[in-house]
Design a protein around this ligand. Structure first.
Ligand code: NI
Length: 156
């Protein structure tokens, strides 16, 4: 296991479309293990592979009881709407006001290649959408209404 460096928004890796994972091998497992450790260290909710410089379609989300590993994920269903504060480990110190679906269902493969579906609401739905956007080179700053003000940040 190892902690990897989290790239910030100036890095070109964060603005590229990631390739699908084809090999469900030790290298992928090491990446997922390292990403989990990196996420815990950074005290974040979710992390996408391009944030650690790997241009593959891999995302992890802390859903509370476990770290959900999503390989080659797609959004299959969304409903409702939520507007709230959103941050990103690659955009340190800032938060934006972002509208996302209130519920989201993703279809993905696990670390061994088995397909499954996972559903989330509120923060988890927001996180699914945010992390999947990373795989297409999209940061929340490109889809937000605006950055939160200093006063609004103090209320978070
Ligand atoms: Ni992010």
């Amino acid at each position: 296991m190892g902690i990897r460096k989290i790239l910030t928004d100036k890095d070109p890796a964060l603005h590229k479309v990631c390739k699908p994972v084809e090999a469900f091998d030790k290298k992928l497992h090491k990446l997922l293990d390292d990403m989990a450790q990196t996420l815990e260290e950074a005290n974040g909710v979710g992390l996408a592979a391009p944030q650690v410089g790997i241009l593959r379609r891999v995302v992890i989300v802390d859903i509370g009881e476990e770290i959900l590993e999503l390989v080659n994920p797609t959004l299959v269903e969304t409903s409702g709407e939520q507007t709230g504060a959103e941050g990103c480990l690659s955009v340190p110190g800032k938060y934006g006001l972002v509208t996302r679906p209130n519920k989201a269902k993703v279809r993905a493969q696990d670390r061994d290649g088995n397909w499954f579906e996972a559903e989330g609401e509120e923060l988890i739905a927001r996180c699914f959408c945010h992390e999947l956007d990373h795989l297409d080179g999209i940061l929340y700053t490109q889809v937000m209404d605006r950055f939160l003000t200093e006063e609004e940040l103090e209320e978070l």
